[in-house]
Design a binder for this molecule. Structure first.
Ligand code: COA
Length: 333
């Protein structure tokens, strides 16, 4: 039943989960020709969580989702919609439905959304559309990725950067104002070749006239410098656009939570926006780049440790493969 009386969106619960195994920079130096000094100084990363073979994306996402639902003070049965932002589902047909089942979210419809490291921001914006139209009241947004399964562990330029994890946020309809104050989401496929995880197949003849491509997805390929340049140029710009839509200025932001790709990128964006370091939330040192999971994990940790309080103004921005990027300005709680 369409309920248009509650059109605002509010954010009421968060959760996070990461696999137990940790891989330090020193551990990595025994796998590829690298060292702690290089990785720390260029990225800020010290260690990352890595999913063991028996861990599934659905398990991680379900654990994060369960915590977010409990923190929102509702039950899984009350969730209307689950959006899973991921590029690494257990099943290429999608993993959201399995998570819906594992959570016991019996009323919910669930689907995957792929926008790489921008996935969480894109999913949050999607959730808001369903809530603002009055279609759904309770939406669970999950960002989860296990990129360790798609890395070339002999390529030091990429394998040192990523880690695994999941984070989640419950969004609910409210009559009491809309807490998503502004957003902007963008894509540029012209730069798709800068960062991808492409299918690659060999031609195999099925008959005299029909051939197919037989193969699989290839490990992550990245042009590091180009991605770096893209991020430091586009992220401040997209945050400024979202702030404009929100009728807010950078000085009014309580917290900046960027996609946790690289500490240098975060510092550069904060500098450009003149946001002081104490307002920048960062956990990249202990997680690396967890793709769609990075923003909700950082958000959850800051809420759980009482740094972020209800009513705080947050600017968030995701960016990555596609290329895709986006920003959202919202008030927590
Ligand atoms: N350990 C040691 N040396 C390494 C290394 C590693 N893990 N990775 C690369 N190098 C070497 C290179 O081989 C190169 O050596 P050479 O000059 O002898 O060829 C040198 O370090 C510089 O490489 P370069 O790629 O130019 O380094 P950089 O300063 O651009 O830093 C990144 C590399 C990846 C840290 C940086 O480009 C970056 O952060 N890009 C953005 C990546 C990102 O965030 N991606 C995800 C977005 S969602």
């Amino acid at each position: 039943m369409l309920d248009t009386s509650q059109r605002g969106i509010t954010f009421t619960g968060s959760g996070a989960a990461a696999p137990e195994s940790l891989l330090s920079n020193d551990d990595l130096s025994k796998i590829v020709d690298t060292n702690d000094e290089w990785i720390s100084s260029r990225t800020g990363i010290k260690t990352r969580h890595i999913a063991s073979p028996e861990v599934t994306l659905c398990e991680l996402a379900t654990a994060a989702g369960k915590q977010a639902i409990a923190n929102a003070g509702i039950t899984a049965a009350e969730i209307d919609l689950i959006i899973l932002a991921t590029s690494t589902p257990d099943d290429l047909f999608g993993s959201a439905s399995k998570i819906q089942y594992l959570l016991g979210a019996t009323r919910a419809v669930a689907f995957d959304l792929t926008a790489a490291c921008s996935g969480f921001v894109f999913a949050l914006v999607n959730a808001a559309q369903f809530i603002r139209t009055g279609t759904y009241q309770n939406v669970l947004v999950i960002g989860a990725d296990i990129l360790s399964r798609w890395l070339d562990w002999s390529d030091r330029r990429t394998c040192v950067l990523f880690g695994d994890g999941a984070g989640a946020v419950v969004c609910q309809a409210t009559k009491d104002g809309d807490r998503l104050l502004g957003f902007e989401i963008c894509s540029n496929g012209a730069q798709n070749d800068c960062l991808n995880l492409p299918f690659s197949g060999q031609s195999a003849a099925l008959s005299e006239t029909v051939s197919i491509a037989k193969g699989t997805y290839q490990p992550i390929f990245m042009k590091g410098r180009e991605v770096y340049r893209f991020a430091v140029a586009k992220v401040p710009e997209v945050i400024e656009k979202a702030l404009f839509r929100a009728d807010r200025t950078p000085e009014q932001i309580d917290w900046l939570i960027l996609h946790q790709a690289n500490q240098r990128i975060m510092n550069s964006v904060a500098d450009r926006l003149k946001i002081p370091p104490e307002k920048v939330i960062s956990n990249v040192a202990s997680y690396g780049n967890t793709s769609a999971a990075s923003i909700p994990i950082a958000l959850h940790e800051a809420i759980a440790s009482d740094r972020i309080k209800p009513g705080d103004l947050i600017a968030t921005s995701g960016f990555g493969a596609g290329l895709t990027w986006g920003a959202a300005i919202f008030k927590w709680g």
